[in-house]
Design a protein around this ligand. Structure first.
Ligand code: ADP
Ligand code: MG
Length: 487
């Protein structure tokens, strides 16, 4: 079946579980260094290995980051909580259990706003966020005979963010992942790098007849490490489920893997061998109590959040949705823009400079905004002299801005003055130039006089050439039309 055909009859129901590695300096329950890409098995102490006699010590930064995330999602922060042991055997889990939170997750409820399929804002409600630790990393494809295990990752702090089953399509799942990643990056608690595995996603998906209230049987697709693949896996599953239902075949409750090469999912394990994790409260760690003062402190430390900025730019600054989302995609850019609008009231021009010349310069040089040499007051001054008619927009972007990049300490006005780029709106001088051009181009002038309006461009070009782009386009156009009447 085709996806389109399926969607006429069935409604997908999707819930996502995202694991995000927290970028604390040390691991969640030991002082081993938490770093990606270190020589395998070098950041592994006896505590990470769970050797007899060792005891975990909780890294308070894990709590701090989880609380900040919860506050940003407007979740309820749990005040009294404990950790739980989740027991299972796997080669990359050296302790034989994972320390997690089962009964008392740090956050309950809350939501993340995305752009829904109908184009409107949609709240993706969260079930919970809990703190836990990562396992080691198994590599199955590097050695022909053996699985290689790197335990550097074992014990790295994670938050798991679980949504309610409210996502309705591959597109909404993609948008949700984008928003989560953006939020993690704004909070600077996780780099959100799916390719490196610091953000991973499990997809839970089922379909039901359109309008039905009863969910269908769900399957879980584990450990997706790209947003595009999440979307593809969802579309594949929707069709697979529909085909099974149409054939009258059962949908197994199972865990599946997505295979990018074949763009399909493959069954891994069925319900029958679902794990019994034998959860129990972690006896080696004391329960935690979070005070209101602590929560207030974290609330104060929150940076501006992408969704708040998105709304502010549209509602208060009157920018379009496109501009607002472009400006808030990246925290550094948004913060630069925030500073810029403290220096100019021409918000649209400020947005255009950031989204246009500044971003393309950064792209060209592969720089982030932190390395952008020109301070906001200089960009604001540039906007100002354009608004005052001292230089044209094109002179500003093509001449003054490049010079400003070379000499970021000089003022845009003095750059324009020193190079004679100040707009010539002196009518007499312009009239003379126009007359000369008419004289030099008699054929075109004749046609222009006879009403061939399309020659305006030709003459404007000549005038700009003669004035090296310094003529004010509006005045020039007026003068051009006045002079042609007179001759
Ligand atoms: P588990 O612990 O087995 O992963 P949870 O109850 O924690 O199960 O649910 C995990 C995810 O599955 C949640 O994101 C939830 O929204 C989603 N989910 C639950 N039921 C369904 C369903 N019928 N179809 C799609 N997703 C579902
Ligand atoms: Mg699950």
């Amino acid at each position: 079946m085709e996806l389109k055909e399926v969607l006429e009859k069935y409604e997908p129901v999707i819930g996502l579980e995202i694991h995000a590695q927290l970028n604390t300096k040390s691991k969640a329950y030991s002082n081993d260094i938490n770093e990606f890409g270190a020589v395998p098995n070098t950041n592994v102490s006896p505590t990470s290995l769970g050797h007899p006699g060792t005891l975990p010590v909780f890294n308070e930064n894990t709590l701090k980051y989880a609380v900040r995330l919860g506050l940003a999602c407007h979740s309820n922060i749990t005040r009294d909580m404990h950790f739980d042991r989740k027991n299972y055997f796997y080669a990359d889990l050296p302790k034989g259990y994972q320390i997690t939170q089962d009964k008392t997750p740090i956050c309950r409820g809350g939501s993340i706003m995305i752009k829904g399929d109908n184009g409107n804002e949609k709240a993706i409600e969260l079930t919970r966020i809990h703190m836990e630790e990562d396992s080691g990393k198994s590599t199955h494809d590097m050695d022909p005979f053996d699985t290689l295990i790197d335990l550097n990752r074992a014990g790295v702090p994670l938050v798991e963010i679980v949504t309610e089953p409210v996502i309705k399509s591959a597109n909404e799942a993609y948008n949700y992942l984008t928003e989560v990643r953006k939020l993690l990056r704004y909070l600077e608690i996780c780099d959100g790098n799916m390719e490196e595995g610091s953000m991973r996603c499990d997809v839970n998906i089922s379909i039901m007849r359109k309008g039905s209230k009863t969910f269908g049987q769900r399957v879980e697709i584990k450990n997706m490490n790209s947003m595009r693949n999440v979307a593809k896996a969802i579309e594949f599953e929707i069709v697979r489920h529909a085909e099974l239902i149409e054939q009258g075949a059962p949908i197994e409750q199972e865990t599946r893997n997505y295979d990018a090469t074949s763009n399909s999912t493959i069954g891994m394990r069925k319900k029958e061998d679902a794990h019994d994790y034998r959860y129990f409260p972690e006896p080696d760690l004391t329960p935690l109590h979070v005070t209101q003062a602590y929560i207030d402190e974290q609330e104060k430390a929150l940076p501006p959040l992408p969704n708040d900025l998105l709304k502010k730019y549209q509602k208060e600054l009157g920018l379009s949705e496109y501009d607002a989302s472009n400006l808030t995609e990246n925290k550094g850019i948004a913060l630069y823009f925030e500073e810029l609008i403290k220096n100019t009231k021409n918000y649209k021009a400020a947005a255009n400079w950031v989204m246009g010349s500044i971003k393309s310069y950064l792209n060209q040089k592969a720089l982030t905004i932190d390395a952008f040499p020109v301070s906001v007051d200089k960009i604001a001054a540039l906007i100002n002299i354009i608004d005052e008619g001292k230089i044209s927009n094109s002179v500003a972007t093509q001449k003054v801005f490049p010079k400003l990049l070379e000499t970021p300490n000089s003022s845009p006005l003095s750059i324009a003055e020193e190079n004679n780029w100040i707009t010539q709106s002196d009518s007499n001088a312009l009239e003379d130039i126009v007359l000369t051009i008419f004289k030099d181009n008699p054929a075109e002038t004749e046609r222009f006089k006879n009403g061939e309006k399309k020659l305006t461009g030709f003459f404007m070009g000549k005038i700009m050439q003669a004035t090296k782009g310094a003529a004010d386009p509006k005045t020039t156009n007026q003068i051009l039309n006045q002079v042609i009447q007179k001759i």
